[in-house]
Design a protein around this ligand. Structure first.
Ligand SMILES: [Fe+2]
Length: 219
């Protein structure tokens, strides 16, 4: 049997070299394994990371042990999954959230003490662990705007192994999203959209409440 060796012409060889060179030089997106998820953008922790996690700091921020009144504001159920870029869920990861109350005041010594008192019925911060499917859930209030900031909820994800991820969750349709410097520091529109969550009625779960899903990919 005669083996035919394909003859590579000079033109083909040059084209091949050019393609190889272009692959190294051109700023292509990093090569990703098939199905790899884009990591959730990191965002500033801000000045109001909770100083004190003692007492009631569970995943229901609307009810505080020992407080008769529930939190002011519209109840929001946030749930999602914490995932690796491979899509594999991360079990047993700590998930912390913190946000201002319905008056726009954080549970933090540098934000309290002004003319308006903080809402004592709002827990201000909460902490939970992901289950075996990487799932977490919080019952909180729909975030409100304060100062120059569009409504947002701070998140800190601390898996058992690896670096913690600090980010913020935003609300779809908020007109002030377009003017928020922290949100728009995420230049890539697709990455920016990945932290903006569409809220829907959670009427079936709780009267008058909203629900949103925020999946977080730890890169
Ligand atoms: Fe904030």
């Amino acid at each position: 049997m005669r083996i035919v060796t394909p003859r590579i012409g000079r033109r083909d060889a040059l084209a091949g070299l050019a393609a190889a060179a272009a692959a190294q030089i051109l700023p292509f997106m990093p090569v990703r394994a098939q199905g790899e998820l884009p990591a959730t953008p990191r965002q500033t922790e801000g000045p109001f990371y909770p100083e004190d996690w003692r007492g009631d700091a569970d995943n229901d921020l609307v009810l505080v042990k020992g407080e008769a009144a529930k939190a002011l504001g519209q109840v929001l159920h946030v749930e999602g999954r914490v995932l690796q870029v491979s899509g594999r869920p991360i079990a047993g990861s700590a998930v912390e959230i913190w946000q201002c109350d319905a008056h726009g005041i954080y549970r933090h010594s540098s934000d309290e003490g002004g003319s308006r008192p903080r809402d004592g019925g709002f827990q201000g911060r909460g902490r939970t662990l992901t289950d075996n499917g990487g799932r977490y859930r919080f019952r909180t209030i729909r975030p409100v705007a304060y100062a120059s900031r569009t409504p947002h909820i701070h998140f800190k994800i601390a898996p058992q192994a690896g670096r913690a991820l600090v980010t913020q969750m935003y609300v779809a349709g908020e007109p002030s999203n377009a003017r928020d410097g922290v949100l728009n520091a995420i230049r890539d529109p697709r990455r920016r959209d990945s932290v903006i969550v569409r809220l829907q009625s959670a009427e079936g779960i709780e009267a008058g409440a909203l629900a949103g899903r925020f999946d977080i990919v730890v890169g």
